[in-house]
Design a protein around this ligand. Sequence first.
Ligand code: NDP
Ligand code: HSE
Length: 435
Amino acid sequence: MKPINVGLLGIGTVGGGTFTVLKRNAEEISRRAGRPITITAVADKNLALAREVTGGGVRLTDDAFSVVADPEIDIVVELIGGYGVAKELVLKAIENGKHIVTANKALLAVHGNEIFAAAQKKGVMVAFEAAVAGGIPIIKALREGLSANRIDWIAGIINGTTNFILSEMRDKGLSFAEVLKEAQALGYAEADPTFDIEGVDAAHKATIMSAIAFGIPMQFDKAYIEGITKLDATDIVYAEQLGYRIKLLGIARRREQGVELRVHPTLIPEKRLIANVEGAMNAVLVQGDAVGATLYYGKGAGAEPTASAVIADLVDVTRLHTSDPEHRVPHLAFQPDQVRDVPVLPIEDVVTSYYLRMRVDDKPGVLADITRILADSSISIEAMLQKEAVEGESQTDIIMLTHQTVERNANAAIAKIEALTVVSGKVTKLRMESL
Ligand code: NDP
Ligand code: HSE
């Protein structure tokens, strides 16, 4: 049967993996797709690299626009990244009637509404399994496998770089900078690693999942984002002593008043499976009203795991591209006219539990003052740890775990605690989820 022709834009980590796996498993893949999937053109700024990876058997160019304009190309695979030229290329390819496969979560979280509207109008598919959690088929699970459910919440370790950093720091006592360099060398980190460590990459992915899970538009600009750069190693140790692990979680939760969409370091009980996801592995926990909790685990980054998702999309598009656009699975799971403009709640309206660490004078009455403030704010304490003062020091650390309260209330109580003369400096506040 006549092959489907693919134009590959970007042959770096993921593009290289895609080329390699597609070549290695060509026969199995075409048996599944119903016809061969052939990369006929590759565009990359680095032509030497493109020649090295492909062996030179395909058309190579440094002009990606020539690929999206090529009438022989059926599917454009965008693996350049970012929201600059990638956006122009994707929109141009759609205008030219090409189907799109992309791993670019930044592009979709920020410009997805425009891109999906253009694709809808043109009757082409935009597939993006690789954009969230690399090789884990979480998009398919949310969009198709769980379509009977009202999804209540999603919580995921969806950035391999930060999970790798947190794991290595905890296990090997290595410094943040050392581990980040290793993650970059292994190809996990984004071109700009601040996207990883400041939580932006996880927020891109959480935004995409929230849209598919709740039938809402992409609202990345409303997401609350806090990365791991301000996380103190002391808190990793105290959390462990209290039976918790700290993970960078992306959370999307449906509430009556709107949707919570947030990324931040989070304490999780160490007994939970997801608390034990280590290294660059990803895991996503989804709570549906019918199915209950389901957990998806696997490699969230790297050349071949991500290629696995890119190629699954290529197979899907190949199977479906002759079908009537009206009868395809909607891009964002819900029919386009059924997407609802539900607001994302500000962080002050989020309801969760807290880990509070404070440096206090080691003298009678201090604990009573603090617990009085919490009680007056209707914040109940779940657990507490008071460290013995180091000999010769007059201050010590108190750590409190609270039950759930709205963040605005927790902040007001913290401000009162910080105003006590027996408390030095700021209270460290971390959010906690029982999942
Ligand atoms: P790389 O930087 O490794 O690859 C991108 C490639 O695109 C580079 O070879 C780059 O060349 C090339 N390129 C840049 N600009 C152009 C242009 N205008 N025309 C043609 N080629 C160009 O990135 P990754 O493979 O890591 O990531 C690709 C996408 O996949 C990103 O959206 C990323 O977020 C996403 N992703 C990555 C994962 C991973 O594990 N790495 C996992 C999941 C998603 P040069 O280097 O010379 O600039
Ligand atoms: N930089 C991303 C990560 C790549 O570390 O998870 C996968 O999206």
